[in-house]
Write a protein that binds this ligand. Sequence first.
Ligand code: NAP
Length: 356
Amino acid sequence: PPTGEQLLLRIAAVSLSPSDYRQLSGDTAGVKPLPGGAFPYTPGGDVAGTVVAVPAAPTARAAHPTAASVFAVGDRVVATWAIAGSGGLADYGLVDARLTAACPPSVSAVDGAALANSAGHALLAVRAATVAPGERVLVLGGGGGVGTALVQWARAAGAGFIAATGADAGRLAATGVDEAIPYGEREWSTLPPGTPPYDVVFDCAVGDAAWAAVTAAPLGAVLKGAHDGGRCLAIHHAARIVMHGWVDLVRWSVRAAARVAVNRCRRAEPRYIDFIGRVDGGVLREVLAAAADGTLRAVIEPAGPFPQTTEGVRAAFNLHASRHARGKVVIRVAPETGGGWQGGATTQPSGPERGG
Ligand SMILES: NC(=O)c1ccc[n+]([C@@H]2O[C@H](COP(=O)([O-])OP(=O)(O)OC[C@H]3O[C@@H](n4cnc5c(N)ncnc54)[C@H](OP(=O)(O)O)[C@@H]3O)[C@@H](O)[C@H]2O)c1
């Protein structure tokens, strides 16, 4: 049974994120190790479902209101992971109420699970970059889970021109970009003559090579210098800087300090932001409200949602691990009916699966 800030969910849909396939492939260099390095491990961190049990002791809950006390059995919710996704790919799972938000009736389980951490992370990234009205924005990896949401948040923040790189110009255009730059068609780091430089570059896909390309170009040719407000925000690093121990912590701190020093000393170069976001229940509420009012649209891999069968889950993971899924890869755990979804049983299962 759930205790403290836990909620027990009947899960309806779970979406995959890069940390899911990295954990299973053993490539944990960029993700938090499993608690105690323990297997068996249930993957999946972004879920939509129905609350089937809340912590007991209502008197104590009333005296000391907790995040869990806001939720009741039967609530439709979306939840995300604390650090590394776990426990979502199951019929039932424990989630943290502080990382959970009520799901508006008009938002489906599939969309809710798809948006959760990716769209939340994208929202925080746009805020960290302080995208201002009229600015010119480039999103590297604009077709991915984070990138598709980021394009939409940047537009909502008033960006005047948005370009994005990706495999599929159609998918990029559907998110509302002004210019799609398919891989191989032209180098994003070489702007056509007369094109003004970007104010912000978001890197969701490329890695250190993106910053190298920006700084290799003549000053202000691709991205404005820091004097003029140019900044490059690296999102992929958010997963790579998860600490595995003191050595990682020291290494990251030295690197971050060096970045700050370089930013201060070489004011002519664009500002570099190593982005770390933390998506909580408040951020999820904003994401879901935007999905409900139509500001934000989930981009779902068209081959899905995948069934929760051995073949379905295998296909979902293989596609996601390719890094070229055509939207968020979602596994449907319980069927949806009408505006809501099934699985809102009010009875607690006898043996709940391991939760997140
Ligand atoms: N999802 C989250 O909740 C979350 C949260 C925090 C941090 N992050 C980090 O953010 C990054 C992006 O995550 P995501 O969920 O958006 O991943 P994703 O959905 O798997 O998308 C991967 C993106 O990378 C692009 N890509 C693949 N190979 C490429 C290459 N060789 N060169 C350039 N681009 C390439 C893909 O483009 P096409 O599809 O167009 O081929 C796609 O846009 C990851 O590093 C992840 O760790 C993700």
